[in-house]
Design a protein around this ligand. Structure first.
Ligand code: ADP
Ligand code: MG
Length: 352
């Protein structure tokens, strides 16, 4: 059958998908990252019906939101690292797979697909992702645990007999894993990540200024002036929202110091998850980590000073992966290139 797959592979695109809680990225063998869209679907409010014949997904869904009144609802089907709605997740995967596979679809040959899924999802959810991809036209589907894809994308010695530690901070979940010899030794999937940092900023604005701000404004404040530890010059930014008492629009100036204070609780939760995982590691693996350090991936890795806080808490060297937002997707692409060699590892991960 291997020869048949090789022949079919010649006509179809093989793709690696990072099914993230915030962003979905698709990498194609030989082409790199070909799709990078928000994991958002627009449905008619109160239904499961994806608008525009199933095409209101990703950027299109986000665009519609700003411009259309109350009858439209935006859904992030993986928001908390669990699949809240199978049908909507399937619609989203289908749209992305078919968008990338366009030409080959014409020939009727489905792609081979590697999908990185949060390590916290259940066996039932894994099966649902696999079946969704098959229904979306995939010929073969392999699932890989996100920390493994992140480690490969970050260029860690994932299959060697030495331990490496990856902390992938996404929107809905933080995945912390220690791995060695192509397998995960210890891992924890924490439901505190980028979204919780945004929420902490929203709460701070409410408590301190009686100002309601939107999620996107909170995220912008985090990205522009947010930090976990003092780094360089302190900054400030104007934030607009609605006054909770008068109900009228208002703006205030917030500083990086107060935002750092507001972010402390979720940042501590992430750091504690890392120390817990380290404490659970076998002594030999812990010993390797003294040399290999910790690598940060995912969008949350870009929060200023987070590496410093983690370094201080663990006493270990902390590095940020190159281009942390694309790390997992690039990892799935490398997996594709080594599919024959790593197939068994992939399938055994699926069985866990
Ligand atoms: P997921 O894998 O869950 O889809 P991503 O790895 O794509 O998540 O990361 C998305 C998260 O990273 C969001 O919470 C976003 O706000 C955050 N993020 C992106 N850029 C930055 C930045 N420069 N500083 C802090 N957080 C960031
Ligand atoms: Mg991710």
């Amino acid at each position: 059958m291997a020869w048949l797959n090789r022949v079919l592979g010649f006509f179809s695109v093989d793709m690696g998908i990072d099914l993230g809680t915030c962003n979905t990225l698709v990498a194609v063998r030989g082409e790199g990252i070909v799709l990078n869209e928000p994991s958002v679907v627009a449905v008619k409010k109160g239904t499961n019906r994806v608008l525009n014949n199933g095409t209101a997904v990703g950027w299109k869904a986000k665009e519609m939101l700003g411009k259309t009144p109350g009858s439209i609802q935006a859904i992030r089907p993986l928001k908390d690292g669990v699949i809240s709605d199978f049908e909507i997740t399937e619609a989203m995967l289908k749209y992305f797979i078919q968008k990338v596979n366009g030409k080959a679809n014409f020939a009727g040959i489905g792609p081979r697909v590697v999908i990185a899924v949060p390590s916290g999802i259940t066996a039932v959810e894994k099966q649902a992702v696999e079946q969704s991809a098959m229904r979306a036209g995939a010929r073969i589907v392999y699932l890989v645990e996100e920390p493994i894809a992140a480690a490969i994308g970050a260029g860690l010695p994932f299959s060697e007999p030495t331990a490496s530690m990856i902390v992938d901070i996404g929107g809905g979940t933080t995945e912390v894993a220690i791995m060695s010899l192509a397998d995960i030794a210890t891992c924890e999937s924490l439901r505190v990540a980028g979204d919780d940092l945004d929420e902490a900023i929203m709460n701070h604005m409410k408590k301190t200024y009686n100002l309601m701000i939107g999620e996107q404004t909170a995220e912008r404040i985090k990205i522009e002036i947010g930090s976990a530890a003092p780094v360089g010059q302190e900054l400030s930014i104007e934030a607009r929202g609605r006054d909770m008492i008068s109900g009228l629009p208002r703006k205030v100036v917030v500083t990086s110091e107060e935002i750092r204070e507001a972010l402390q609780e979720p940042v501590n939760a992430i750091v504690e998850c890392c120390t817990r995982t380290l404490e659970r590691a076998e002594p030999e693996l812990a010993a390797d980590l003294v040399d290999n350090g910790i690598t940060l991936a995912g969008g949350g890795a870009l929060l200023r000073g987070l590496d410093i806080v983690l370094q201080n808490a663990t006493g270990m060297e902390v590095k940020i992966a190159d281009d942390p937002l694309t790390c997992v997707a690039r990892g799935t692409a490398v997996f594709l290139e080594n599919l024959e060699q790593w197939k068994d590892t992939l399938e055994s991960n699926l069985d866990q």
